[in-house]
Design a protein around this ligand. Structure first.
Ligand code: WTA
Length: 661
């Protein structure tokens, strides 16, 4: 964890007040109102959440008990029955919103499609019926390996509609990574597309699925549903593979939403941890629906009128649906609120570096939510690109995924937001389901680089390893002190790992369980949180979480590699990049060729997001006497810093000298 610097303390003095014009129409209009909500939630959390659940969601049957907390296992709205897909679609159909745009989609080549709530509902019902036809029942798992096309969201909503548990695998993951996740989830059906447009080329997704399933490697998978997107010749396995457009032709658009128990699983999403094997984070129905709904509404100050002249928002979250941000803030949060959500297939590329701003201009996007890595990349591409477009429709900006440096924050504020848009820097995780530390834009003054204050109902703190709160501006571990509706319920088929990862690093304090986030943070004199990044063996590359052990396992699966240690190194644009220290097996020699080969090997094993920026060969790795690799030393070396601190536990001091040279 980086130490608190004088510079960052000075930055705090820069307070940005919410503009009056913004606050006047905001859902939460003032600091007093935020504080009132916060206190109310703290005084009686169950009453607070129950009231919101009642007001904001449709329930087929009301719960018997708001919260059943058997630490560390929580159940919310016990006995309640609802359906997320119903809350996202059906309930809007009896209102004026039925003809409102639910989803705007822009393809990379410039094609586009739009869906009103009525149209989206129809598509979802049809896909749900296709799933049923393929033998999917309530409780079955469906893998979704899709490009950023409407059918990705349609597949998710079709799953939750019939009570199937989806597990979306980011389309940038390799066949190998896909296979691991499908195996762990025991998926019955996989939904994919022939290919996806990415930087003016076609990525053949279906080929990856074929590779993942080759030789009946995932025996649970019975069918593959393929959406035609890119149109190239695609091999179809008779009996196993089906074209969506063919099955859709005969699929009924009548598919009532299944009343789900509030604690029935909604989805599993795999995320990297500190071991070689990704964890299946399990989210359930009622609590997830409620928390993503209310955070979308209050944090993005969402206006869900049907009329643009009354301020109806066009909400664009640039994440991929393969990540939790896409689940919560492209699909479930915005649709549950009845908003218009925008989905874009493309990315800035040589042929159109300003495409992001073209999309903002074309659709009059009002709320734009992206990652600091993207902002730093936009900054590098220069002001001319955004300035050549009309971005005046924007009224709110957001960021997520990594700490944002004050310089990028200021650029975003000035160049993109024209100094009129508040910025919400939202801190959260796959495990938290929705944003936890965040400004409410009409109420909470912001400081560049700080995710500010906890959302009402969330009790956060910065503590030491014994769970004692540390003082103002002292670095420590960020923890959450109370259960919240959208918290991770367990690690799929591995409750022990759930317990040990999140609840045992820091022991319960005075009988209170503390959720360990894995992040380091400090809190300033105003109670504002400054998240500094991971303190565990997780690297955050361009806002993507990667386990060092995952990359290490990928490297040692190559015949030339004896041992590998992976660390993060600060990177100007991506926040961090991967540096691997590798020792070779007898008979292999370091070479530029081998570096290339090993990088490629990691891409094959995990995906392009895990490609090491640098590979350094070494004769030995610095280890303690008990054989633990001293990553701290490697991190300093990778960053080109002086190795400081205690090195007395090193087994062989000579290793360090060799590495230095
Ligand atoms: C980091 C993404 C600083 C953090 C929603 C966390 C952040 C990890 C912020 C979760 C932020 C996310 N400021 N750091 N605003 N938001 N992080 O699971 O290290 O992909 O633990 O969820 O991203 O990444 P995940």
């Amino acid at each position: 964890m980086s130490p608190t610097t004088i510079e960052s303390i000075l930055q705090e003095e820069r307070l940005f007040q919410p503009p009056d014009t913004f606050s006047r129409t905001a859902h939460i209009k003032s600091m007093e109102e935020y504080q009132r909500l916060y206190n109310q939630a703290q005084a009686d959390p169950e009453q607070f959440w129950a009231q919101l659940a009642e007001q904001e969601l449709h329930w087929f049957q009301k719960w018997d008990k708001v919260l059943d907390w058997q630490p560390p296992f929580a159940q919310w709205f016990v006995g309640g029955k609802l359906n997320i897909s119903y809350n996202c679609l059906d309930r809007h159909l009896t209102t004026e919103r039925r003809d409102k745009l639910a989803l705007i989609w822009e393809g990379e080549p410039g094609d586009s499609r739009t869906f009103t709530y009525t149209q989206l509902h129809r598509e979802v019902c049809q896909m749900a019926n296709v799933f049923k036809h393929l033998g999917v029942h309530k409780g079955d798992r469906v893998g979704i390996y899709m490009p950023m096309i409407p059918e990705a969201a349609i597949a998710m909503l079709a799953c939750t509609r019939i009570g199937a548990t989806h597990t979306v695998v980011f389309g940038g993951f390799s066949a190998e990574a896909l296979k691991d996740r499908l195996l762990d989830a025991e998926a019955k059906v996989v939904v994919t597309a022939d290919g996806s447009w990415r930087k003016d080329a076609i990525v053949p997704l279906k080929e990856q699925v074929d590779q993942a399933l080759a030789g009946n490697a995932v025996p649970s998978v019975q069918s593959v549903l393929v959406v035609k997107r890119s149109g190239q010749l695609t091999h179809m396995d008779p009996g196993r593979d089906h074209w969506w457009h063919e099955l859709r032709a005969d699929a009924s658009a009548d598919c009532p939403a299944e009343p789900m128990d509030s604690e029935d699983p909604a989805f599993i999403l795999y995320t990297s941890g500190t071991t070689g094997k990704p964890k299946g984070v399990v989210h359930t129905t009622g609590g997830y629906n409620l928390y993503t709904h209310i955070t979308t509404k209050w944090i993005f100050d969402l206006k869900t009128d049907t009329d643009v002249f009354k301020g109806a928002d066009i909400f664009w979250c640039t994440a991929d649906v393969g990540w939790i941000t896409g689940h919560s803030y492209i699909v479930y949060g915005p649709l549950s609120n009845g908003a218009t959500t925008l989905m874009y297939e493309g990315a800035p590329r040589a042929s159109n570096p300003g495409c992001i701003w073209d999309v903002v201009e074309k659709y009059h996007v009002t709320i734009f939510y992206t990652a600091p890595t993207a902002i730093r990349m936009f900054m590098k591409m220069g002001e001319d690109l955004p300035k050549a477009r009309d971005l005046s429709s924007l009224r709110l900006l957001g960021t997520v995924g990594e700490p944002i440096n004050p310089a990028a924050w200021m650029w975003y504020y000035q160049v993109i937001g024209g100094e009129r848009c508040p910025i919400v820097d939202t801190w959260w995780q796959t495990e938290t389901g929705g944003a936890m530390l965040t400004p409410l834009p009409g109420a909470i003054p912001t400081k560049p680089g700080s995710a500010t204050l906890p959302f009402p109902g969330i009790v956060a703190d910065v503590v030491d390893l014994e769970g004692n709160p540390v003082g103002d501006n002292q670095g420590g571990y960020l923890v959450i002190k109370n259960p919240w509706p959208s918290m991770i319920r367990t690690v799929y088929r591995n409750p022990d790992r759930y317990r040990s990862t999140y609840w045992e690093h820091i022991p319960p304090k005075d009988g209170q369980y503390l959720y360990f986030t894995g992040d380091g943070a400090r809190r300033d004199r105003d109670g504002y949180f400054w998240v500094m990044g991971r303190v565990d063996d997780v690297i955050n590359v361009a806002g993507h979480r990667l386990g060092t052990m995952e990359v290490e396992s990928a490297l040692v699966s190559h015949q030339a590699v004896a041992e590998a240690a992976v660390v993060g190194k600060p990177s100007e644009i991506k926040g961090e990049e991967i540096v691997a220290f590798v020792t070779l097996e007898e008979g292999y020699l370091p070479s530029a060729e081998l570096v290339k080969e090993l990088k490629q090997h990691v891409v094959r094993e995990i995906g392009a997001i895990a490609r090491p920026g640098d590979i350094k060969f070494t004769e030995a790795l610095p280890k303690t006497r008990s054989g633990k690799i001293m990553r701290r030393l490697l991190r300093s070396l990778a960053a080109g810093e002086e190795v400081t601190g205690d090195t007395s536990t090193l087994e062989d001091r000579g290793v360090l000298d060799k590495l230095r040279s």
